[in-house]
Design a protein around this ligand. Structure first.
Ligand code: CDP
Length: 221
């Protein structure tokens, strides 16, 4: 038994998971693990090294040497370099779901996530946390929202370049959602035991309140 809980937050792209996960972790004094950033970091490394992601020997060799870590503020380091601000480029967006569909990449990232969260006191957000990484998580959420609303939020949250248009963001989100739901290895699914919240039309503060209420109802924290 873990003394402190694992809180799993899954859902499609741009639904507000990372903002909410960060806020919940701060509220409970837990660590926040942004698993999407880990897949983005591997993708960035593949781009930097001009590695063919279809070449599984090259990917395995890369996974043997690459080092990904977080600092207590949630900044992510790739081989010792802070890459937090470079993970959301259009190039990474374009490739990340293909890289994240590779079984060897998923297995390595999932092992790392389990290692960081094994003692509990952790909030993880991603696609497969409640279904594959921590199926025994004490609290699981599945967040959703319409694609229009997710694209609008993405445009206004400043994570995208100012030159990207709403339609392009919508296309990127839809393309990644399909890839994430259809891949063979640990796809995005809503587990039966996850609390489903449709956040369309809700402001982040309301969603946070609802989530914190569920968490305290489970006597976790
Ligand atoms: O922030 P956003 O929702 O756009 O994406 P993210 O959470 O940074 O994740 C980027 C990509 O990583 C996703 O589209 C998935 O392809 C992949 N991912 C995954 O496969 N499994 C996870 N647990 C987290 C992310």
């Amino acid at each position: 038994m873990r003394e402190r809980a694992v809180i799993a937050i899954d859902g499609p792209a741009g639904v507000g998971k990372s903002t909410l996960a960060r806020r919940i972790a701060a509220e409970l004094g837990y660590v926040y693990i942004d698993t999407g950033a880990m897949y983005r970091a591997i993708t960035l490394r593949i781009l930097q090294g001009a590695i063919d992601y279809h070449d599984s020997a090259a990917i395995r060799a890369l996974l043997d040497i690459v080092h990904i870590s977080f600092d207590p503020e949630g900044k992510i380091f790739l081989d010792g370099m802070d890459v937090s601000d470079t993970l959301r480029s259009a190039e990474v967006n374009a490739l990340v779901s293909q890289v994240a569909s590779l079984p060897e990449v998923r297995e390595r990232m999932q092992a790392l996530q389990r290692e960081i969260g094994k003692d509990g006191g952790a909030v993880l957000d991603g696609r497969d946390i409640g279904s594959a990484v921590f199926p025994d998580a004490e609290v699981k959420f599945y967040l959703d929202a319409s694609i229009e609303e997710r694209a609008r939020r993405r445009l206004s949250d400043g994570k995208e370049s100012v030159f990207v248009e709403l339609e392009a963001i919508k296309n990127d989100l839809a393309r990644r959602d399909t890839a994430d739901k259809e891949r063979a290895h640990s796809p995005l699914v809503q587990t039966k035991d996850a609390i489903y919240i449709d956040t369309s039309g809700m402001v982040i503060e309301n969603v946070l309140e609802v989530m914190l209420r569920y968490i305290s109802g489970r006597s976790v924290g």
